[in-house]
Design a protein around this ligand. Structure first.
Ligand code: KG4
Ligand code: ZN
Length: 342
């Protein structure tokens, strides 16, 4: 069974081919031009998806050595995400399925992130806890089976990646800010400022990063920190301060993510934690997650970078699993920007 998977929910146009549960090709075109606006501009994202969808799909088929008539199904994301962006991949996927006379499968983007840990070996086995941390989402889910999810907690305000991006902006760094904070933090002292760790009430698995972000803002105002455009600060002492602030902020986010993921595994009685989403590329999160899990006899899974950020491979993997169990979608399925996992 050969499936094409399409992802266009934000700023990545991506397509992948999965045959019998094995990934044959994954092609992603990232829209780098959003960095000049300091964030994703929805209308520009949809237009770029329109320009790129055909070449990206064709390249994925070519790399996989598969022709359109070899396909047994097409899967595409229908939410959550930016409505105009989703509509491009969704309409394209549905039209392709209709034209080829094969089934169409609509995929939940958050379910796809969970499946990004089921692409390469070693894979977690059910049940496991999934932590998805991206620019738009921060979610802890108990994954009981391929399509059986209990939402354990999610963010009440900013997503973890959004907090990284907003703090980076305050520090005068570029967009997306997560990788830059990660880079500068490597040279910094995480104990310079003890920013608040928003654990919320005892035992809570919910997240909230907006207070932490505000507390960075107040610290910068109080100390009169003046970022230079592009993040280049003239003096050496300012460079040191920037690194220390990045490390201190990052340590607060990582403490909370690691603490809650471990607590979720403990509360659910499972031994495996799978991390996904763009923020799972963070080097400190990866290190601390492994360290904390090893101390408690837990196993951590984090996909390779290509599958951490948005990609077609995770969509094709959900599509394959659904089609195999006989689940298909109507061609009337439409975009749902606020689609939830349940
Ligand atoms: O999953 P993703 O590619 O797109 C969304 O679905 O949002 O995640 C993008 C987010 C951005 O907020 C970016 O700053 C963050 O992931 N990110 C990182 C790192 N690499 C990407 N955050 C922290 N450290 C990183 N190394
Ligand atoms: Zn995503």
């Amino acid at each position: 069974m050969t499936i094409l998977g399409i992802e266009t929910s934000c700023d990545e146009t991506s397509a992948a081919v999965v045959r019998d549960g094995r990934l044959l090709a994954n092609v992603t075109a990232t829209q780098l031009f959003h960095s000049q606006y300091g964030g994703v501009v929805p209308e520009l994202a949809s237009r770029a998806h329109q320009r790129r969808i055909i070449p990206v799909v064709e390249e994925s088929l070519q790399k996989a050595g598969v022709s359109k008539k070899d396909l047994d199904g097409v899967a595409a994301v229908y939410g959550p995400g930016l409505i105009g962006a989703i509509l491009v991949g969704l309409s394209f996927g549905k039209s392709m399925a209709l034209g080829l006379g094969i089934p169409f499968v609509g995929v939940n983007h958050m379910e796809a992130h969970i499946f990004s840990n089921l692409i390469d070996d070693p894979k977690p086995t059910f049940p496991f806890v999934s932590l998805t941390v991206s620019g738009g989402h921060t979610q802890l889910v108990l994954v009981k089976g391929p399509f059986e999810y209990d939402l354990l907690g999610e963010t009440k305000d900013d997503a973890a990646g959004e907090a990284f991006d907003k703090v980076a902006k305050m520090l005068g760094l570029g967009y997306p800010g997560g990788p830059l904070i990660d880079k500068y933090a490597r040279e910094g002292n995480p104990s310079l400022v003890s920013f608040p760790r928003p654990y919320l009430e005892e035992g809570s698995l919910e997240f909230s990063f907006s207070g932490l972000k505000t507390s960075v803002l107040y610290y910068l105002r109080r100390t009169g920190y003046k970022p230079a455009p592009g993040g280049d600060v003239a003096s050496e002492s300012n460079n040191k301060l920037r690194a220390d602030l990045c490390a201190s902020f990052q340590a607060a986010v990582v403490d909370v993510l690691v603490g809650k993921a471990i607590r979720a595994a403990h509360m659910s009685g499972v031994k495996q934690i799978a991390v996904s989403g763009g923020v799972s590329a963070n080097s400190e999160l990866r290190r601390r997650m492994q360290e904390a899990a090893a101390k408690r006899g837990l196993q951590v899974f984090i996909p390779k970078f290509e599958y951490c950020t948005d990609n077609g491979a995770m969509v094709a993997m959900v599509g394959y699993t659904k089609l195999q169990s006989g689940q298909t979608s109507s061609l009337e399925l439409t975009a749902e920007p606020n689609l939830s996992l349940s």
